[in-house]
Write a protein that binds this ligand. Structure first.
Ligand SMILES: Nc1ncnc2c1ncn2[C@@H]1O[C@H](COP(=O)(O)OP(=O)(O)OP(=O)(O)O)[C@@H](O)[C@H]1O
Length: 595
C-alpha cells in the first residue's frame, strides 16, 4: 500500500504520537500531568465541600449545628478554591511556556533528522514537497494535540471520574442523563474531523503556492527582478488568488461544522434542563439532602461548560488537527535511504554501469544507459548542451540520486546498497546551485567539513586556491548577508567562496559542476588549472560548457539527450567530426587570449 493511501485511525495515531511527545520533554510531561491530576481532583473536592457547607447551614437554620460546624467546610471550600487558582496558573504557565516550546523543539528535531535520511530524489517530487509542508504544520499541531490528550486523561478524566462516582452515589439517573446529552455532540465532532482532514489535504499545495508567491514579492533574492520586470502586480495577483481560494475552503469547512455546533448547543441545553428536573424531583422526594442539591445545582453549570469545553473545544481542535498530525506521522513512516556501512577506496575509481534515471513527474529519463569508468587519479570533463543530463549524471556519480537502472560504485561502494553518509564521506563538490549561506566568510568555507575542527590556515589556503580576493575590508568574521547585518558579495565572488568551500573538505573524489558561470572564461580556465593541480592523484569530474576548461581534463565525456555520445581526449575529439568539434569551433575565439 502506498504511503499516501495508508490509513491512520485516530487512536492508533494518538498512541504513536504520545511516546514521541513524551520523549521530547519527559520531565515536563510528568509535571504537567501531575498538576492536571491534582487540579482535576480539586474540583470534586470543592463539590463535596459545598455539600457539607450547605448541609451545615441548613442544620444551623434548624438549630442542629453551630457556627464552627459551618465555618470549617467554608474554610475548606475557600482553601480548595484558592489552591485551584494557583494550580491553574502554574499549569498554564508550565504547559504553554515550557512544555509546548520544548516538545515542539523535540519534534522539529525529529523531523529534521528524518529528512536527512530520506532519498534526496524525493525533494524533486511535488507530492513529497506537499507532504513536507503538511508535516511542518504537524509539528505545532502534534504538540497541542498531545497536550490536550494528556489534559483529557489527567485533568478531565480525574474530574469526571470523581464527580461521576459522587453523582452516581447520589442518583445514578443523574449521571446517565448527563452522559447521554453529549453523545450527539461527540458524533458531530467525528464529522468535523473528516471535514478538517480533507481540508488539510487540499490546503497544503495552496499554502505552498502562496508562500512561494509571497517570497517573490518580499524576498531579497526576487526583489530586483520582480520590480524591474514589473512582476510585482503579476505575483501579487497570484498571491491574492491563492489566499482567497484557501480562505474560501477554510470558510466552507468552518460553516459546515458551525451548523453542527448549533445542533450540539441545543442538545446540551435540553440535557441541562432534564438534569435539573431530576435533581429537583429527587430533593423533593427526600432522596438527596438540601446540601447535595445545592452542591450539584451550583456545579451543573460547571459540569456542562466543562463537557462543552471538552467536546467543542478540545475534541474539536483535536479533530481539526488530526489531519496535520497524520501528515507528520506519514512523513516519519516514509522509507529511508539507508544501507550497509563501508569506506570508499578510491583506488577502485568510480564506475557507472548502464545507469538510467528519470525525475518524478517526467516520462523521459534525464540519464539513459550510461556506462563509464573514472580511474584513480583521473580527471574527466563532462560537456554537452543545456539539459543534456550532465548535472543529473554528477548526482548519480556522487550517490545523491540512486539510479533507477544499472549500478554506480564509488570507491568500490555500490551507491544503491551503501548508507549515504559512507558514500559521501570522501566526496567534495561544488555544484551549479551552490548555497550562499547567510553566515560569516569563515563559516561559509568551513561548513563543508564539520567533522573536523575549524582550521583557519586551511580556510585561508582554500580561499587563495579559489582566487577569492574579496577585498581588504572582508575578514573571516565578516557576515555575508545584508539580512543579518552584514554585506553581500558579487556573483563571481560568491562562486569563488563556494569553490573554496569545496576545496576545504578533505576528499578522494572532487566534483566541480559548473560553479564558474559568473566568472569570465579566462579566469575560469585559471581556476580549473588550479583545480587540476589539486585533483592530482584523485578522482575528479568537471562539468563545464566552456571547452577551454574541458581541455585540461584527461578525458572528455560528451553528453546529448541523457546519453554519452562520445568519449576521448580533447585532441581525439577534435580530430574527428562531431558535437565536441562543433562546440570547440564556436567557442575557440574565447580561448585564444588564454593560451
Ligand atoms: N528536478 C527536476 N525535475 C524534473 N526534471 C528535471 C529536474 N532537474 C532536471 N530535469 C530534467 O532533466 C534533464 C537533464 O537536466 P540536467 O540538469 O542534468 O542537465 P544539464 O546537462 O546539467 O543542463 P545545464 O547545462 O543546463 O545545467 C533536463 O531535461 C531537465 O529538464
Amino acid at each position: 500500500m502506498s504511503e499516501q493511501k495508508k490509513k491512520y485511525p485516530f487512536f492508533k495515531t494518538l498512541l504513536r504520537i504520545i511516546p514521541l511527545q513524551f520523549k521530547s520533554a519527559p520531565w515536563n510531561c510528568i509535571i504537567e500531568n501531575s498538576l492536571a491530576i491534582v487540579h482535576g481532583a480539586s474540583f470534586s473536592l470543592s463539590v463535596i465541600a459545598t455539600q457539607y457547607l450547605f448541609d451545615a447551614i441548613a442544620n444551623a437554620a434548624t438549630g442542629n449545628a453551630g457556627f464552627w460546624d459551618c465555618l470549617i467546610p467554608l474554610l475548606i471550600l475557600a482553601g480548595v478554591t484558592f489552591g485551584q487558582q494557583i494550580i491553574n496558573g502554574v499549569q498554564n504557565f508550565h504547559g504553554i511556556g515550557i512544555l509546548l516550546p520544548k516538545s515542539a523543539g523535540g519534534l522539529t528535531d525529529l523531523l529534521h533528522r528524518k529528512l536527512q535520511r530520506i532519498d534526496p530524489a524525493q525533494f524533486e517530487d511535488t507530492i513529497f514537497l506537499d507532504n513536507l509542508n503538511k508535516a511542518r504544520e504537524g509539528v505545532r499541531a502534534i504538540t497541542m494535540f498531545c497536550m490536550v490528550a494528556f489534559v483529557m486523561v489527567s485533568f478531565y478524566g480525574v474530574y469526571f471520574l470523581t464527580i461521576g462516582v459522587y453523582l452516581f452515589s447520589l442518583k445514578p439517573m443523574l449521571l446517565i442523563t448527563l452522559l447521554l446529552a453529549f453523545i450527539p455532540a461527540i458524533s458531530a465532532q467525528i464529522v468535523r474531523a473528516k471535514v478538517f482532514t480533507k481540508l488539510e489535504d487540499q490546503s497544503a499545495p495552496l499554502r505552498r503556492e502562496y508562500e512561494y508567491y509571497q517570497k517573490t514579492i518580499c524576498d531579497r533574492e526576487y526583489f530586483k527582478e520582480t520590480r524591474v520586470l514589473g512582476g510585482f502586480q503579476f505575483f501579487h495577483k497570484l498571491f491574492s488568488r491563492t489566499m482567497e481560494l484557501l480562505t474560501r475552503k477554510q470558510w466552507q469547512a468552518e460553516r459546515k461544522t458551525a451548523l453542527l455546533q448549533l445542533a450540539l448547543n441545543l442538545t446540551t441545553f435540553a440535557g441541562m434542563a432534564l438534569s435539573t428536573y431530576i435533581l429537583f424531583t429527587a430533593t423533593m422526594a427526600g432522596e438527596i439532602s438540601v446540601g447535595a442539591f445545592a452542591a450539584v445545582f451550583t456545579q451543573l453549570g460547571s459540569i456542562f461548560s466543562i463537557m462543552q469545553e471538552i467536546v467543542n473545544q478540545h475534541i474539536g481542535n483535536m479533530n481539526r488537527d488530526i489531519g496535520k498530525v497524520v501528515n507528520f506521522i506519514r512523513l516519519l513512516d516514509m522509507p529511508e535511504k539507508s544501507g550497509t556501512e563501508g569506506s570508499p577506496d578510491f583506488t577502485k575509481g568510480i564506475v557507472a554501469e548502464g545507469i538510467s534515471f528519470t525525475y518524478p513527474g517526467r516520462e523521459k529519463p534525464a540519464v539513459r544507459n550510461v556506462s563509464f569508468t573514472l580511474v584513480d587519479g583521473e580527471t574527466i570533463a563532462i560537456v554537452g548542451e543545456n539539459g543534456a543530463g550532465k548535472s543529473t549524471l554528477v548526482r548519480l556519480l556522487t550517490g545523491i540520486y540512486r539510479p533507477s537502472d544499472g549500478q554506480v560504485t564509488v570507491g568500490g561502494l555500490d551507491t544503491a546498497e551503501t548508507a549515504p553518509a559512507c558514500v559521501y564521506q570522501g566526496i567534495s563538490g561544488v555544484f551549479q546551485k551552490y548555497q550562499r549561506y547567510k553566515m560569516t566568510l569563515g563559516e561559509n568555507v568551513a561548513i563543508s567539513d564539520t567533522r573536523t575542527k575549524v582550521d583557519t590556515a586551511k580556510i585561508n589556503d582554500s580561499l587563495k586556491e579559489a582566487d577569492a580576493e574579496l577585498g581588504s575590508d572582508i575578514s573571516f568574521e565578516t557576515m555575508l548577508s545584508p539580512e543579518f547585518n552584514g554585506i553581500d558579495l558579487s556573483g563571481g565572488q560568491w562562486q569563488r567562496v563556494a569553490i573554496a568551500r569545496g576545496l576545504y573538505r578533505a576528499n578522494g573524489f572532487i566534483v566541480l559542476d559548473e560553479p564558474t558561470s559568473a566568472i569570465d572564461p579566462v579566469e575560469e580556465t585559471r581556476i580549473y588549472k588550479q583545480f587540476q593541480k589539486l585533483a592530482e592523484g584523485k578522482c575528479a569530474v568537471i562539468v563545464t560548457h566552456r571547452l577551454g576548461s574541458a581541455k585540461l581534463a584527461h578525458r572528455v565525456v560528451v553528453m546529448d539527450a541523457g546519453e554519452i555520445i562520445d568519449v576521448g581526449t580533447h585532441d581525439e575529439l577534435l580530430s574527428r567530426p562531431g558535437k565536441y568539434a562543433d562546440m570547440w569551433v564556436a567557442q575557440a575565439q574565447w580561448y585564444d587570449r588564454a593560451q
